[in-house]
Write a protein that binds this ligand. Structure first.
Ligand code: ADP
Length: 453
């Protein structure tokens, strides 16, 4: 499995190689054109353009291949993906050697570009393969300059750039080749060492991440069992207190009634907290989502109806606007409604008396955007992200609402992210309300797929 993931990421990195090659083709065409037209350097222009066309052709093939393997999510064995990258690097070296041969051979300073290929190979391939690539480069370059030196291959003089030939100067050829060879191997040695270190570090991080996930899973299971037990006891306590308050055990004195009432309210709050924690933990553990068609208009109306009483108590006015183009989306109806209700409850809870709430639902094409704008206490600067963390409450929250679990927004975040969306909050301006926004995909296509298949 890990090997397949690595193989996919190698294919993705091959895209980088392909993009670089587009740039190289443009660079080659420009260099040939300018050198020939403006600086009057003599070049076999046609042959070089043919090489550019070959480069273009095989880059197109590699582009389509990488595209096919990545986006069709074909499972490619690491051997194949490595082979594809290796083949590309080798093809590039051959092309570079041919370009150099047609443009001055050893006298063309562009031979330094072999170094780039070595760096690329060292980053993308294994250490052994990188040394094989370096050796291949040395062999190609060495063969070219040797054949030109011995007159077996013609030498294309870069007249206009270098007028005195050096390609047949034994000392120059030997010296340049030695520097070239050592430079290539040194570059491969240094880059592969660094790349290896980074790979090892990445593996360590991946292992640590897997361990954290495992521990998180165990923690969640522990919390789930614990909260489940506590919930049962709390429900029983609440039930008993309810019976006492309904005089099933006889009449109560005023003081007894007051204390029982307080105990009942506290038990209720505690039960709400435990239920929220239970839901969040269960969601994290199972990640289950039973999506179905949801009417946006009904969702909004039902959610607002659910908070109407709370809003009336505080004289908060709630208005909404839904884009006409919106009809149905594909989502988990209960969780989505709970999330919307949760945000609306907060916008009333953290609002001022006679405050306002505005719910705006916008059609964004593939996605749908919900904005809950209120005129409440706002969120202190720098705490906009923190309030989505479990048990986190903003510093100004207690002034207006003493009790709170700090779990509602974590649940909302979990639900929205499970829908493949994002949620965020911002203060409109200090002390003048906040806007909570979430965006989720409409996912209507998924639903069609399900129906078809
Ligand atoms: P709770 O409301 O129970 O504290 P939540 O997770 O729903 O838990 O909210 C976390 C915190 O985010 C709140 O305590 C409050 O500080 C802040 N918050 C949430 N909604 C609003 C809002 N509409 N305006 C200002 N602050 C808000």
């Amino acid at each position: 499995m890990e090997a397949l993931v690595q193989s996919r990421s190698l294919i993705k990195r091959a895209f980088w190689l392909i993009r670089l090659r587009w740039v190289a083709i443009a660079g080659l065409l420009c260099a040939v054109y300018f050198a020939n037209t403006f600086w009057a350097v003599e070049l076999p222009v046609k042959k070089l353009y043919v090489l550019a066309a070959v480069l273009l052709g095989y880059n197109f093939i590699f582009f389509n291949l990488a595209h096919f393997l990545t986006f069709r999510r074909r499972e490619v064995s690491p051997k194949v993906s490595n082979g594809i990258v290796f083949f590309q690097v080798a093809a590039d070296l051959v092309t570079l050697t041919l370009i150099l041969h047609l443009s001055g051979g050893i006298e063309n300073p562009f031979f330094l570009y072999f170094v780039f290929h070595m760096i690329l190979a060292s980053v993308l391939l294994t250490r052994l393969q990188s040394y094989v690539v370096a050796t291949f480069g040395v062999l190609l370059f060495g063969t070219m300059i040797w054949l030109e030196y011995n007159g077996i291959l013609p030498h294309y003089q870069l007249t206009g750039f270098i007028d005195n030939s050096n390609y047949n100067d034994r000392l120059f050829v030997f010296g340049t080749f030695t520097v070239f060879t050592t430079a290539l191997y040194l570059v491969v040695f240094m880059t592969t060492s660094m790349a290896e270190q980074l790979r090892r570090q990445q593996k360590r991080l991946e292992r640590a991440n897997a361990q954290l996930k495992e521990k998180d899973y165990l923690k969640n299971q522990y919390v789930l069992r614990l909260t489940h037990d506590i919930k049962g006891h709390l429900a029983a306590i609440e039930g008993c207190l309810d019976m006492v308050l309904h005089r099933l055990g006889g009449n109560l004195t005023e003081q007894q009634e007051d204390m029982t009432n307080r105990a009942y309210r506290r038990a209720g709050k505690c039960l709400d907290f435990v239920k929220a924690l239970l839901r969040l933990t269960r969601m994290k553990l199972t990640g289950r989502m039973d999506k179905e068609k949801v009417s946006v208009k009904n969702l909004v109306k039902d959610s607002i109806a659910a908070v109407e009483n709370k809003a009336k108590e505080k004289d908060v006015e709630i208005n909404y606007k839904i884009d006409d183009s919106l009809d149905e989306i594909f989502a988990e109806p209960i969780l989505l409604e709970e999330t919307l209700i949760n945000l609306l409850v907060n916008s009333v809870k953290y609002n001022l008396k006679k405050g306002k709430v505005f719910l705006k639902v916008t059609d964004k094409g593939q996605t749908i955007l919900f904005e809950i704008i209120d005129t409440g206490i706002g969120i202190p600067q720098g705490q906009e992200d923190k309030i989505f963390e479990e048990f986190n409450r903003a510093s100004n929250a207690r002034e207006i609402e003493r009790d709170g679990t700090g779990l509602g927004l974590s649940i909302a975040k979990e639900v929205i992210e499970r829908h493949g969306g994002t949620i965020w909050a911002k203060s409109n301006s200090p002390k003048s309300g906040s806007t909570f926004t979430f965006q989720i995909p409409k996912d209507i296509k998924d639903e069609q797929k399900d129906q078809n298949g």
